[in-house]
Design a protein around this ligand. Structure first.
Ligand SMILES: NC(=O)c1ccc[n+]([C@@H]2O[C@H](COP(=O)([O-])OP(=O)(O)OC[C@H]3O[C@@H](n4cnc5c(N)ncnc54)[C@H](OP(=O)(O)O)[C@@H]3O)[C@@H](O)[C@H]2O)c1
Length: 302
């Protein structure tokens, strides 16, 4: 039997969202928040065991949640291709959340690309490109960015080159690349009813996050020690809010960037925030797009 028609903007019954990296942290909270509102959630995860732990945790909050696990390792272009081929259903939203930080500049994806650029950007680029045929006419793609995009300089010619400088700067490059891709996608989708949006979670930490069975375990002692930091930062549940807002709210327009509206964008209710000129640059966006197609061998149908 079909689901009853939605009765409020918060009601997401009948909508399907894929969340990458949904087994932990902010991705988990995106999945839980969407599922609690009635959405069908596809959890794109590389570990079946960790994915099942997340499914159980969501069901502890929403016993009737409509959930599906999709095997997805964003550090493997073969895995991305297999996952996209296995989706087999329409998607109303894709939340490109999974992300890694690496201190070691020799860390590589299984395809030999820099681990951070390869996972955080190239894997999502290939995923969205391959998913395009199953995206709904009004689908939204949400790129999870970071305040760290501001520390980055983007040069499409060196996207896949070994990095110099700090790991934070390289992490910023990976997130800035994902954001520039989303803004470019928004330009390419202008005139359609699809939307590509960026969102960031602010500064979101485990000790301020409500406990869930099997997820990041934090002792009561550490929680107590961390409590005063709530004035400045937030839990990962709070970090998910601007991302879920970007994926679902009627007031969001393609090409926007959402994040926490509080001090330094570290915490607070979802608000429109400013992205750097570089990630919004059409020249950078189209250059990165071409570089990503060349590196991954995946061409975007758009
Ligand atoms: N926390 C913050 O304050 C903050 C600030 C700005 C931006 N962000 C961004 O928000 C996103 C989530 O951050 P978080 O703090 O929630 O991180 P997290 O707790 O470390 O969770 C990262 C998630 O990404 C998944 N992942 C990593 N590599 C993957 C791969 N190759 N294939 C599939 N999934 C993979 C992880 O799965 P495994 O369990 O298998 O490793 C995990 O589910 C990231 O993109 C991050 O850059 C976070």
């Amino acid at each position: 039997m079909d689901a009853d028609p939605p009765t409020s903007p918060l009601d997401l019954r009948g909508r399907t969202a894929l969340v990458t990296g949904a087994n932990a942290g902010i991705g988990y909270w995106c999945a839980e928040q969407l599922a609690v509102r009635g959405a069908r959630v596809v959890l794109g995860c590389r570990s079946p065991a960790r994915a099942e732990t997340a499914v159980s945790a969501i069901r502890s909050q929403a016993p009737d949640a409509d959930l599906r696990v999709l095997a997805l390792d964003l550090g493997s272009l073969d895995s991305v291709a297999e996952a996209a081929a296995a989706v087999g259903e329409g998607l109303d939203a894709v939340i490109c959340n999974a992300g890694v930080k690496a201190a070691d500049r020799s860390a590589r994806t299984s395809d030999g690309h820099d681990l951070m650029v390869g996972t955080n950007f190239l894997g999502h680029f290939a995923l969205v490109a391959r998913l395009e045929p199953v995206l709904a006419p009004d689908a939204r793609v949400v790129a999870v960015g970071s305040i760290a995009h501001r520390f980055a300089h983007l040069d499409p010619a060196t996207l896949d080159a070994p990095w110099t400088g700090s790991s934070l700067r390289q992490y910023g490059r990976s997130k800035a690349s994902l954001m520039a891709f989303a803004f470019e996608l928004a330009r390419r989708w202008s005139g359609s009813s699809r939307a590509a949006v960026c969102a960031h979670p602010g500064y979101a930490v485990d000790p301020l996050t409500p406990p869930r069975p099997g997820l990041a375990e934090v002792s009561g002692f550490v929680r107590a020690l961390s409590a005063p930091s709530r004035a400045l930062v937030q839990g990962k549940d709070g970090g998910a809010l601007p991302i879920v807002h970007a994926a679902t709210s009627a007031d969001v327009i393609s090409g926007e960037y959402w994040g926490p509206g509080g001090l330094l964008e570290f915490r607070g209710a979802p608000a429109r925030v400013a992205a750097s000129d570089e990630v919004r640059s059409a020249a950078v966006g189209s250059g990165l797009w071409a570089a990503a197609e060349s590196i991954t061998g995946v061409r975007f149908p758009t």
